[in-house]
Each structure stands twice: as C-alpha cells, then as structure tokens.
Write a protein that binds this ligand. Structure first.
Ligand SMILES: NC(=O)c1ccc[n+]([C@@H]2O[C@H](COP(=O)([O-])OP(=O)(O)OC[C@H]3O[C@@H](n4cnc5c(N)ncnc54)[C@H](O)[C@@H]3O)[C@@H](O)[C@H]2O)c1
Length: 295
C-alpha cells in the first residue's frame, strides 16, 4: 500500500495523516471543512517542529512529511487512488453510515475501508457497503504520533486477508496492533470507560475531591495520568457517548453513565476542548502544562 486517504482532519485525522506521511506513505487528507484542513496541516506542522526541537527528526524529514500530504474537500476526488481509507470523521452513526455508503461506490474494488470509531459497531458500518469483508476497525489512540497501540477490530464479516494486511501495515507505522472482536467498546473503552465512570461516581458520592482521586490512581496504580484528567482529554461528551453505546449494547446497568457526567456535558463542560471539565483549562498556560505531561 502506498496511497492512504484519511477522512476527517480533526484531532485524530491529522494525527493519523501525520503518522502515515512520516513513514513515506502518500496521504490524501479529506474534510468537509477547508478550515479544518488548514487547522489540521497547521497542527501537523507544529507537532513536526516540536519533534525537530527534541532532535527526533530533521528539517528534511519535516518537509518530506508535509510534502506527502495533499488535501481535499471532496471524498470522491480524495479517494480516487486510495488503497486504504481510514475514516476519522465525527463520532456520529448516521454520518459514518453515509460516508461508508459513499466510499463503497467511490473507491476501487480493492480498497480496504477502515474506521477509527471509538464505539460504533464495525459490523453495522460494514453492512451499508458492498464489501463487508473489506471493512475493519483501526482504532488509533490519542495523540496518534506518540501512542503505540492500534486496536484492530474485526467486524463479523472482516476477512482474514484484510485483517492480516492491516496488522502488517500497522507494524510498518511502528505501532503495536492488537486484534479484537467487534462488541460494544471493543477492549480499550470497555475497560477504560467503566473506570472513568466509577471515578466520576466516586466524586459524585463525595468520597474524595478531583485531585485526590487522580492522585490515588497516579501514585497508587502507576497510571501516568489520573482518570478524571484523562476524561478531560478525551472529552466528556465522547466519554458519555461511549458509555451510552455500551449501556445500550449490553443492556447492563453497570455501564449507566454517572448523573454528574450527564450534567457536566449538558452544562457544556466538556474538558480541555471547552476550557473546563474536572480541571480548569481557561488559561492557556495551564492547558500547556497539563498537555506537556502527555507529550
Ligand atoms: N479524540 C479522541 O481521543 C479519539 C480517540 C480514538 C478514536 N476517536 C475517534 O476518532 C474519530 C474522530 O474523532 P476526533 O476527536 O478527531 O473528532 P474531531 O471533532 O476533532 O474531528 C472530526 C472531523 O471530521 C470532520 N467531518 C465531519 N463530517 C465529515 C464528512 N462527512 N466528511 C469529511 N469530514 C467530516 C469535521 O469537520 C472534523 O474536522 C471519531 O470516530 C472518534 O470516536 C477519537
């Protein structure tokens, strides 16, 4: 594979584009919004500059990486030569089903279609295409250029050939792929989200404060970041939506989102992206300080 189309230039899409381009793949980055594409390229440039400052890459590597990325606002034009499409658009089921219907028509018959969804069923996404055996989950972690794991999700109909090809490709990106089956939350979020939800429940029940809960988990369990801070980074709206997918999918009350999480999302406290969640990110310096722990 040489040509990779990435749909969505947001948090994950620009990281995925960056990672493929740095490894020499030609990337067609597609977004409905020109503004999102410009912002995505600016973020990739900033992240490459940071890598130069840390002497991890050279100026030439940066130029080659940026030279490997072209941008498109039309899916049809962007996927014309793609051997793999990685969809990283907004987490909304109807939106993703429409994108995959379009991809099924617009892509060559040999093109593998992957989704970076955090929670939506790969089997359901595959069902709207004419090639369900060639649809797979490629769940990168945030921030993509740094995090090693890619959760590879096999839909009900995903073929062995496609799974092997995507596992091998992930290794070429210097990532560690782990194959899992397609059930709500897959593995990463099925385990992570109940922990985050329980941390919010612990706060809601007034057992301890935000920094106390995070400190217990950081120093007691050797987690690099406390669960409430991690929830702020993921986005509280995203955490709520994943919990709801698991609650609906398993019909099990243990996945019911904590009322405090529901209230915070209703109040627009979404974490880092809105400037406030469990922590206050209103001053840019504060956010930078927290972000540094992650890079
Ligand atoms: N943020 C995370 O930590 C994280 C981690 C793993 C997986 N994910 C998953 O990755 C996907 C993207 O999440 P994100 O956080 O990058 O979202 P985001 O909101 O930062 O970016 C989404 C982008 O998709 C674009 N988009 C919307 N509709 C489109 C369309 N029809 N065609 C092309 N582009 C379109 C938007 O303009 C936006 O730029 C979601 O499925 C999410 O669940 C997110």
């Amino acid at each position: 594979m040489k040509n990779i189309a990435v749909i969505g230039a947001g948090t994950m899409g620009n990281g995925i584009a960056h990672t493929f381009a740095q490894k020499g793949f030609k990337v067609q980055l597609i977004d409905i919004s020109q503004k999102a594409l410009d912002k995505g390229i600016a973020t990739i440039t900033k992240n490459l500059d940071r890598m130069i400052a840390k002497e991890k890459i050279s100026e030439e590597d940066k130029n080659n990486t940026l030279g490997n990325i072209s941008t498109f606002t039309s899916i049809k034009e962007g996927v014309e030569y793609a051997e793999l499409v990685v969809e990283a658009a907004t987490e909304n089921i109807d939106l993703k089903l429409n994108i995959f219907k379009e991809l099924s028509e617009a892509c060559s018959e040999e093109t593998i279609l992957a989704s970076n969804t955090s929670s939506i069923s790969i089997t359901q996404i595959a069902s709207v295409t004419k090639r369900p055996d060639m649809v797979i989950g490629m769940h990168f972690m945030n921030p993509v250029p740094i995090m090693k794991l890619v959760e590879i999700i096999r839909g009900y109909n995903t073929s062995d050939e496609v799974t092997t090809a995507i596992m091998e490709l992930s290794k070429k990106l210097d990532k560690v792929p782990v194959e899992v089956n397609d059930y709500p939350g897959f593995v990463a979020n099925r385990i992570l989200m109940p922990m985050i939800n329980e941390s919010i429940e612990t706060l809601y029940n007034n057992v301890a404060g935000v920094s106390e809960i995070d400190t217990v988990m950081k120093l007691g369990m050797a987690h690099p970041m406390g669960p409430l801070q991690l929830a702020d980074f993921i986005g509280l709206d995203v955490c709520l939506s994943i919990l709801n997918v698991m609650y609906d999918g398993f019909k099990n009350p243990k996945y019911a989102p904590c009322p405090l999480l529901v209230n915070m999302v209703r109040a627009g406290k979404l974490g880092v992206k809105s400037g406030e969640g469990f922590y206050d990110y209103s001053e840019s310096k504060k956010a930078e300080k927290v972000a540094k722990q992650f890079s």
